[in-house]
Design a protein around this ligand. Structure first.
Ligand SMILES: [Fe+2]
Length: 587
C-alpha cells in the first residue's frame, strides 16, 4: 500500500510517501525550488518521493490531502480575501484539480481536516499507545487549537477553538508589531524574549481572555487581520504605548520586554489548557503538533512543569508535517491498521552517492581530499578543524524533514569559542546578533552538560545548560539551550565527529545550525552545498566523503555569486521568500 501525502498552497508545500504505513520519503518543495516557504504544488518533492520509493504513478494506491478546500474557502469568504488578486484562488475545486493536473493523478484524493492531519502527524509517530493530543497553529480551515486523544489506530479531536481566536495569530500579530516577518519571525521573537523582563504581561493579557475548558478568545479590537491590511489594530500600539518597530530599526529594551511578556502569556495559556486536557483525558503522555508546537521554550516548560509524564513534539510540527498526517490517516482508513512508527530521526529527504559527488567535484576542479572508505579519518579531520575554531559545513546522508538541521545539512562549529556566535550570526548566517545557536551532544555525555528532563533528538525544546565548560556560543541569555541528543546508532557519522571533537577537547557538544544563508531554504543537493559554502564564508565543507578547505578559488566563486545577485533579471538571481512578510497569508 503506497500512500502519497500532500500539503500545499499555503505555507510550506510538502510531499511524503508511506509504504504499508511506514514513512519512506518526505521533503518540502522549497528545498528543490529554492524559494523559501514555497506554497506551490510540490511537484519536485512528489517526483523525489516516487524515485525514492522506486515507483511510477501506477504504483501509487492513494493520494491524501491535508485540508478540505471547501471548508477553508468558507472561512476565507467569512474573513474576506486579503487582496483582489487572491480572488482567483477562491475556487473550492482548485487545489484538488491542481493536484490531478500537476501530478497526473486520476484516482480519488482522500481529504482530511487540517487539524486531524496535524494530530495524526503527532500521535502516530510518537510511539505512544495512548496519548492526549494538542494541536495549535495560526489557523487551519476553522480550527486554531484542537484537543484530542489517540489510542492504537483511533484518533479523535473532541474540542476546538475556532478562527479568529488563535494563539498562533496572537503570536504572529505581536511578531509583526515587533517588526519581524510573520510565519518566519516568530522564532526570532522567542529568542528575543530571553533578554527581556515581563513588564507588559498585563497588556498582553488584554489581548487574550481565558474561557472555560479549552477555550480562549482574542480581544478583536486589538487585531486587524480580518480586514487584511496588517495584523494589529491602532489600539494595540496604544496599549503598548509605542508605534510598531519598522523592519531593520534598532531593537531596544522595549521590544525585548514585549517579546518576553508575549512569550510568558503564551506559555501560561498553554500550561493552563494542558491541565484541562490532562484532566479530561487522564492520559499520561502528550503528543503535540501545529506551528505553535515549534515554540521550543514553551515546550521545555511543558516538559518540566506540565501535567504529562511523557511528551512527543512532532519535529515537522508545521504544515510540512501535516502531509505525513494526511498520508497516515489515508492508510488507517484504507487498511484499518495503525500507521506510523516511533520517529527516531527526520532523514527522509534526498541523499547523494559519493560517486555522484566525486563527478561534480571533478567538474568544478576544486581541490578536495577524498576520504572514501576512511570514515574515522574523515571524522578526525573535521574535528581537527572544528577544534581549531573553523566553521565546517557538514553534508551527509538524507536531507532532514522540518525546520531543523540535525546532522544531514548542518553548519558545525566549536561551542567553546567566545566570538563564534557573533562570527556566525554576522558573517555566515547574516542575521541579528541576539539569536542563539543550538548544540548537538553525544547521548552518552548529555547529562554532564545539560539539565535534560526527557529525550531530545529533534531540537524542539529548551533546557538549562549545566556544564563545567563555558559554552558562550550555544548558551542563551537566560542560561538555556535547545539541544539535539545524538544517538550513534541513528546518526553514526555525525556521532563520530562529535566523539572525535570530544577526544580532542573534552567537550562532547558542537554548535549545529542549518546549512543555508539568511533568507534561503536549507540546502538540498551537493550543488546547493557548494554555493552555500562559497557564499556563507565557511572555512571548510565536508561533502559526504570529500573534504574541501576554503581556497582563493572558492572565494572567486563568491565574487561570481555576488555579481549574479546584482544582475536583476538574471537566471541566477536569487528567489525571494514566497510569503508576504507583513501579513498572515490566509489564502
Ligand atoms: Fe497548520
Amino acid at each position: 500500500m503506497n500512500v502519497v501525502g500532500i500539503s500545499a498552497f499555503y505555507h510550506q508545500s510538502t510531499c511524503c510517501l508511506l509504504r504499508d504505513g511506514t514513512l519512506v520519503a518526505a521533503a518540502s518543495e522549497e528545498r528543490f525550488s529554492r524559494a523559501k516557504h514555497d506554497p506551490r504544488l510540490p511537484v519536485e518533492a512528489f517526483r523525489f518521493c516516487l524515485r525514492r520509493g522506486g515507483l511510477d504513478l501506477t504504483g501509487v494506491d492513494a493520494v491524501a490531502y491535508y485540508e478540505p478546500p471547501r471548508r477553508k474557502l468558507a472561512r476565507q469568504l467569512w474573513a474576506g480575501p486579503a487582496a483582489d488578486d487572491e480572488l482567483a484562488w477562491l475556487d473550492p475545486e482548485g487545489p484538488l484539480q491542481a493536484i490531478r493536473r500537476g501530478l497526473g493523478w486520476e484516482g480519488a484524493i482522500d481529504v482530511f481536516p487540517h487539524h486531524l492531519c496535524h494530530a495524526a502527524s503527532a500521535f502516530f509517530y510518537s510511539g505512544f499507545d495512548e496519548a492526549a493530543i494538542l494541536v495549535a497553529d495560526g489557523v487551519g480551515a476553522w480550527a486554531t487549537t484542537s484537543y484530542g486523544r489517540g489510542a492504537g489506530r483511533q484518533l479523535e479531536l473532541f474540542e476546538q477553538v475556532v478562527f479568529p481566536h488563535s494563539l498562533g495569530l496572537l503570536y504572529a500579530t505581536v511578531t509583526a508589531y515587533l517588526g519581524f516577518p510573520i510565519n518566519d519571525g516568530e522564532g526570532r521573537v522567542m529568542g528575543l524574549a530571553a533578554y527581556g523582563e515581563p513588564r507588559f504581561v498585563d497588556q498582553v493579557c488584554q489581548l487574550i481572555g481565558m474561557g472555560p475548558d479549552g477555550q480562549y478568545r482574542l480581544n478583536l479590537r486589538y487585531f486587524d487581520f480580518l480586514r487584511g491590511e496588517r495584523m494589529y489594530a491602532p489600539a494595540l500600539c496604544e496599549l503598548f504605548g509605542a508605534p510598531p518597530r519598522r523592519p531593520g530599526e534598532a531593537i531596544g529594551r522595549f521590544h525585548q520586554d514585549v517579546a518576553r511578556s508575549l512569550q510568558l502569556v503564551v506559555e501560561e495559556t498553554l500550561l493552563e489548557k494542558l491541565r484541562y486536557l490532562h484532566q479530561r483525558t487522564g492520559a499520561g503522555a502528550l503528543a503535540m503538533a501545529g506551528g505553535v508546537a515549534l515554540n521550543a521554550v514553551a515546550n521545555g516548560r511543558i516538559r518540566r512543569q506540565g501535567p504529562f509524564e511523557r511528551l512527543f513534539v512532532q519535529p515537522a510540527a508545521g504544515d510540512a508535517g501535516a502531509a505525513l498526517g494526511a498520508a497516515a490517516l489515508a492508510h488507517a482508513a484504507r487498511t484499518g491498521r495503525r500507521p506510523g512508527e516511533t520517529l527516531r530521526h527526520v532523514f527522509y529527504g534526498p541523499r547523494y552517492a559519493a560517486e555522484e559527488i566525486d563527478a561534480l567535484l571533478r567538474a568544478t576542479g576544486v581541490a578536495c581530499e577524498d576520504y572514501r572508505g576512511r570514515h574515522e579519518a574523515l571524522a578526525e579531520a573535521i574535528a581537527e578543524r572544528l577544534a581549531a575554531g573553523k566553521v565546517v559545513g557538514f553534508f551527509h546522508g538524507a536531507m532532514e524533514l522540518g525546520p531543523r538541521a540535525l546532522g544531514g545539512r548542518s553548519i558545525l562549529a566549536s561551542p567553546l569559542e567566545a566570538g563564534m556566535r557573533q562570527r556566525l550570526n554576522q558573517r555566515v548566517k547574516r542575521r541579528e546578533d541576539f539569536r542563539p545557536f543550538a548544540p548537538s551532544v553525544l547521548a552518552a555525555h548529555a547529562a554532564e552538560h545539560l539539565d535534560l528532563a526527557g529525550p531530545a533528538p529533534f531540537m524542539v525544546e529548551t533546557c538549562a545548560v549545566r556544564s563545567p565548560f563555558e559554552l558562550p556560543a550555544i548558551t542563551h541569555a537566560d542560561g538555556s539551550t535547545r539541544p539535539q541528543i545524538v544517538d550513534p546508532e541513528v546518526c553514526p557519522r555525525f556521532a563520530a565527529v562529535l566523539a572525535a571533537f570530544h577526544r580532542r577537547t573534552g567537550c562532547p557538544l558542537l554548535l549545529n545550525t542549518s546549512l543555508n544563508v539568511r533568507g534561503e531554504p536549507i540546502v538540498c543537493s551537493p550543488v546547493d552545498a557548494l554555493f552555500c559554502f562559497a557564499d556563507a564564508g565557511l572555512d571548510c565543507l565536508a561533502l559526504e566523503d570529500f573534504l574541501i578547505d576554503r581556497t582563493p578559488e572558492v572565494d572567486r566563486w563568491r565574487q561570481l555569486l555576488a555579481a549574479w545577485e546584482r544582475a536583476p533579471r538574471s537566471v541566477f538571481a536569487r528567489r525571494r521568500s514566497a510569503i508576504a512578510e507583513h501579513l498572515y497569508t490566509f489564502v
